[in-house]
Design a protein around this ligand. Structure first.
Ligand SMILES: [Zn+2]
Length: 433
C-alpha cells in the first residue's frame, strides 16, 4: 500500500470548522496522525517539516456521509428490470435484484470504488448500510478490509430483512452480531446492527433481534422513507416506524434513523424523547419521489447520500435548494451542518470532528479559492454558493494524505476502475438474469 504518512503543516488557508475555530490565514501542524497545533500560518512554518500550501483555500474537518450504500457503486448505468411507479417497486425491480446479484468480488470492488469517491470528495467518515443477499456471511469483513485500505473511518452493518427467507435472516443477524463484536477493537470501524426497514421485518423478528442484540449496540435503519413503511407499522399494531422500534426497545440516542419523512405524531414524540441520530438524504428522496423530511419537526439532523455518490458539498447544496420552502433559519441550518455533525461523529469516534487539540487529523480542503472575504457567519454560504461540490484539493485522514493533486494515493485508480468494469459486466448479467 503506497500511502504517504508523516509530519505536515497544511497552511496558508482559511482554517474553519464552523463551530468556533476560525483563522483567516491559518495552518495545522499534523504529527503522528493528530493535529497538534492550529495557529496563524506565520507562526507555524518550520524547517524540516513539509509545508503544504493551500493558497487561500478553506481548511476544514473531513466530511461525514451519515448514510450510504457502497454496494450501489457498480449500479451506475443499469436500468430497473420492471416498472417503478412507486417506492416498493423501485426496491423490487431495482435494488433487491441488484443486491441479490452481488458476490464476493463485486462487494469488494463496489466498496473500493465508493471509497475512492469518498476521499476524492473529502469524506473521512462514512456510515454504510450494506446488503448482499447472495453473499451474507463475511461481507462486512470484506468491507472492513476496503475501509482499511482507503484509510477512512466508518460504521458498518448488514440490512437485516425477511425478504430473502428464514435461513438468510439468521445469517444476517449473525453477520451483524459477529462483526460488531469483532470490530470493537478496530481503530477505524464500528459495527452497528443494520435493519432494512420496518416494512420488511415482522414483529417476531424484531423481538428476536431485541433478545439477541447487546443493549448498547445501536441500530441503523431506514425509517419512514415511504408511506408504505408507516402503513406497515399501523397494520401490525403500532403508531409508526419510530414508535414500533422504540416499543421493541431497539431505539437509543445512538441509533441512526434514516429519512424520517413519513412519521406519525407518536413517532415525532418518540424522536423528541429519545433523540436518535436523524439522517436526511435530499438527493435520494428527490430521485425516489418519496417527499422530504419536515425539518422543523426534528431536534437536529445530519446529511447522507443514500447511494447517490459521496460529494457532501453537492449534497449540502441540494439540501439547501430542496428545502427553500421549509422556512429553516440560516442559524438552524448552520447548527445541523456543523455542530450536529460533530456531535454525531463523536458518538462513534470521540477524538474526531471540530478542530481542537490532539484530535485525529481528518482534513478536507475543497478546491475552491474564495474571491470574497470568508467569516464564521458566511462560511456556509461559501460552501453552498462558492465551493458547490467537486473533487478536493487535498484530503487527509489520521494524518495520512489520501487525495492530492487530483489523485488518490492508496491505490492505482485507473487500474481499479478497469477491474471494476470487468466485474460490473458479470454483475449486470446476473442482475438482468
Ligand atoms: Zn438507504
Amino acid at each position: 500500500m503506497n500511502r504517504p504518512s508523516g509530519e505536515w503543516i497544511v497552511g496558508n488557508g482559511v482554517v474553519a470548522d464552523g463551530a468556533g475555530t476560525f483563522l483567516d490565514d491559518g495552518a495545522l501542524h499534523i504529527r503522528d496522525g493528530r493535529i497538534i497545533t492550529v495557529a496563524p500560518t506565520a507562526q507555524l512554518r518550520r524547517d524540516r517539516v513539509e509545508f503544504i500550501d493551500v493558497n487561500g483555500r478553506l481548511i476544514m474537518p473531513g466530511f461525514l456521509n451519515a448514510h450510504h450504500h457502497l454496494y450501489s457503486s457498480l449500479a451506475v448505468g443499469t436500468s430497473p428490470i420492471g416498472p417503478t411507479p412507486d417506492f416498493y417497486r423501485i426496491l423490487t425491480n431495482m435494488w433487491w435484484p441488484l443486491d441479490g446479484a452481488l458476490d464476493r468480488e463485486s462487494v469488494y470492488l463496489s466498496a473500493l470504488v465508493g471509497l475512492t469517491d469518498a476521499v476524492r470528495h473529502g469524506v473521512t467518515m462514512l456510515f454504510d448500510h450494506h446488503a448482499s443477499m447472495g453473499f451474507v456471511r463475511g461481507s462486512l469483513d470484506l468491507l472492513h478490509r476496503a475501509f482499511a485500505e482507503a484509510g477512512i473511518k466508518g460504521t458498518l452493518c448488514f440490512e437485516t430483512s425477511e425478504r430473502a427467507g428464514p435461513v438468510s435472516l439468521e445469517e444476517q443477524i449473525e453477520e451483524n452480531l459477529e462483526f460488531a463484536a469483532q470490530a470493537s477493537a478496530s481503530p477505524s470501524v464500528r459495527g452497528l446492527f443494520g435493519l432494512h426497514a420496518n416494512l420488511t421485518l415482522g414483529n417476531d423478528t424484531l423481538q428476536r433481534i431485541a433478545d439477541r442484540k447487546p443493549a448498547d449496540l445501536p441500530i441503523h435503519v431506514h425509517c419512514g422513507e415511504d408511506a408504505a413503511d408507516l402503513e406497515h407499522c399501523r397494520t401490525v399494531g403500532f403508531a409508526g416506524p419510530a414508535d414500533r422500534l422504540a416499543a421493541f426497545g431497539l431505539l437509543s440516542s445512538r441509533s441512526l434513523l434514516v429519512h424520517a419523512i413519513h412519521l406519525s405524531e407518536r413517532d415525532y414524540e418518540r424522536v423528541a424523547e429519545i433523540r436518535p441520530v436523524i439522517v436526511t438524504n435530499p438527493e435520494s428522496n428527490a430521485n425516489n419521489r418519496v417527499g422530504h423530511m419536515v425539518r422543523r419537526r426534528m431536534p437536529a439532523y445530519v446529511l447522507g447520500t443514500d447511494g447517490m455518490g459521496c460529494d457532501m458539498l453537492a449534497t449540502l447544496r441540494a439540501h439547501f435548494l430542496l428545502g427553500r420552502d421549509q422556512d429553516e433559519s440560516w442559524t438552524d441550518l448552520q447548527a445541523n451542518v456543523f455542530a450536529e455533525r460533530y456531535r454525531v461523529q463523536e458518538l462513534f469516534f470521540p477524538d474526531t470532528g471540530r478542530f481542537r487539540p490532539d484530535i485525529r487529523a481528518d482534513v478536507a480542503v475543497p478546491d475552491y479559492i474564495p474571491a470574497t472575504p470568508v467569516s464564521p457567519d458566511n462560511l456556509l454560504g461559501h460552501l453552498i454558493f462558492g465551493a458547490q461540490g467537486g473533487p478536493m484539493f487535498l484530503t487527509l485522514a489520521d494524518g495520512r494524505i489520501l487525495f492530492r493533486e487530483g489523485r488518490v494515493t492508496f491505490l492505482d485508480e485507473t487500474a481499479l476502475r478497469r477491474e471494476a468494469r470487468a466485474v460490473a459486466v458479470r454483475l449486470h448479467e446476473r442482475y438482468y438474469g
